[in-house]
Design a protein around this ligand. Sequence first.
Ligand code: HEM
Length: 416
Amino acid sequence: MADSGAAPFRILDLTAAYPAAREDPYPRLADLRARCPLHRDEAGGAWLVARMADARAIFADNSHVKNPDRAEPAAHAIRRRRNTVPDGLAFPDDQRASMLELDGEEHVRVRNPLVQALYARIARFEPECLHIVDAALDRLEDRAGFDLMKELAEPVPVSCIGHILGVPLETLATFRAWLDGIVQTFNPNRTPEDVAALVAASNGLAHYIRTRFADAKFNPPDDLFGDMARIQADGAPLTDTEITYNIRGLLIAGNVTTTDLIGNAVRLLLTHPAELAKLHAEPALWPNAVEEALRYEAPVDFTWRIATHDENLSGWPVSAGAALNVFIRSANRDEAAFPNADAFDVARPRAARHLSFGGGAHICPGAPLARMETKHLLSRLFTRFPNLRLAEPDTPPHWRHLPGFRGLESLPVRVD
Ligand code: HEM
C-alpha cells in the first residue's frame, strides 16, 4: 500500500539522525516493505522506495536522472546540498561539475575518462594495498587492545586512495583531517563549529587538489593526477574544474563509506563466531563475506533518482519530477530477494546481488577498491590476531549520528 497522505515520519527518521533508527533501523524498514513500499515524505518532498524489485527497476531505467533541477518544486530534500552551501567556500559553484548530479552524455563525458583511469590504477594496486594493510597491522603488534576504527578502519582507506593520488606520506594526516571536516557536508544539523570546520577543510582540500593538478599539467606524475593531465592533453573534453572537483568527489565518496564497511564487517564477525569459524575453515569465502557484510549492514542508507515521466512503482503511480529515494538498506533485507534476509551468512549464495553500491549508470566506481581493501584487511587482521574480540561485549555499539550512513564512531577491541 502506498502512503500518500500526511507523512507519519520523515526519511531522516530512518537514518542515524534518529535514535531508534540509529540503534536498529531494520524492523521499521521491514514494516515499510510489507505495508507501504512507496512512502511519501511530505516534508522533504520525496518518495521512499523500500523493495528490491522497485529499486532494481529504477536503476535499470535510464530515463531516470540525478540532476536535482529536474525534480518537482516540492522536492526540498534533494536540493538541500545545493541550497545549503556555507558562506566562505573558495569555489562555491564547483559542485555543479559533480558526476553525482550529471546525466546522460554530460555524465558519460565527465565520468568515463576519470573512472577508466581509476580502474587502471586499482588493477595495479593490489601489492601496495597489501603493503598498506600489513604496515597498519604491524603498528599494532605490541598492543593489548585498540580502537579498531581509529587504528585501521579510518587510516587504511585514506592511505589507499592517498597512494592512488600520489599524496606524500607526510601530507596524509592533513589530508585525513580535511576529509573528516568535509563529512559535515552530509549533516543537516550542523552547528556553527561544524560549518567552520567544513569550510576550512573544504578550502584546504580544494586548494591542494587544484595545485596538484596544475603541477601535473607541467610534469605529469605517476598517479591519478598525472593520468588526468595526460588524458586532458590528449584531447578529452574536460575542464580543469570537472577534473579537480570529481577527484575531490572520489575522495569524499570513498572515505567514510569504506571506513564504515570495515568497521561494520569486523563487528559482525566478532558477534557471529560461527560465521568467523566458517572463514577460518574456508578462507576462499572471504570475498563473499565482504559482500554479505555490504548487504547486511550497508554503509550508505539510500541514493536517489528523479522520474522524468509518469510511472508505476509497486502498482502506485508517481509523476514526472518525483524524487525517488532508493532505500538501499531496505532493499538489501528484502526477503523476496534474499531468503532469510535478517540472517548474517558469510556463505550466502548470491550475496553480491545487494545494492550497496547503487546501480545503473551511476553505480559506484570505487567498488573494486573498497572490496580489495576490506578483503585484505579482514583476512589478515583475523589471521594475525586470533584472540581478537570486543573490548566491551555488553555495551551497545557506538553508532555515529551522521544521517545517510551507518558506521561506528569507535570499536574498542582486545587482542591479548
Ligand atoms: C564500501 C564502500 C563504498 C560504498 C558502500 C559506496 C556506495 C556508493 C553509492 C551507494 C553510490 C551511489 C550510486 C548510485 O546512485 O547508483 C556511490 C557513488 C559513487 N562512489 Fe562509492 N561507495 C564506496 C566506496 C567508494 C570509493 C572507494 C570510491 C572512490 C575511490 C567511490 C566513489 C564514488 C563516486 C565517484 C560515486 C559517484 C558515481 C556517479 O554518480 O557516477 N566510492 N557510491
